[in-house]
Ligand binder design. Sequence first.
Ligand code: C5P
Length: 219
Amino acid sequence: MNNLYFQNKKILITAGPTYEKLDPVRFIGNFSTGKMGFALAKTFAENGAEVVLIAGPTCLTIEHPNIQLIAVVSAIEMRDEALKFFSNSDIAVMSAAVADYRPKSFSESKIKKKEDELTIELVKNPDIFKTLGEQKSKHQILIGFALETNNELENARKKLADKNGDAIILNSLNDNGAGFKYDTNKISIILKNGLIFEYSLKTKNEVAQDILQCISDNF
Ligand code: C5P
């Protein structure tokens, strides 16, 4: 695939999980591996785009002259980095599994075990996709992901509208081999204008190619 549409385009990608620290040795996180976001970064770069890849903690590595990898840990750090680069981006793809909440306070020393029950207070994290959606200008394309377990299409459409995105990529946990941990994914792409494109189960590299093709065909 060599799609001239992406030549010299500036792409911002968020990928992987975020870790929200409780104390020096513990965090709240999730099972995202970052594979989908890294596959997207590689595919955009191979098609001539300049990519900023903001990644939460992951064991993946990537080296390409067109990819600037920025490693972050928490949602706040990911939001701050995304805001630095967004205004200069043509396309932003939010593939990170951002933790919805973070601990209200951070304990400088390791939390000791005492009582049988421990309650941790959480506060809401910023929604990076929504924040960028509020700042988006006409020429920018903002794309997000939705991982749904029920009322998938309806929830994905609502998310797309709420966050002011241009497209949302739905991957269902109901599909075998799709989502976290797997090297494969099964997606549907829903555009702001209501068009829906459905794809079969593919490797994440192939899925990334489908996503780029869909962008260049429709925007
Ligand atoms: O609302 P939900 O978490 O299901 O939305 C998923 C989409 O929003 C993904 O594209 C994800 O990267 C993005 N998101 C974000 N910041 C958050 C939560 C989700 O950018 N705090």
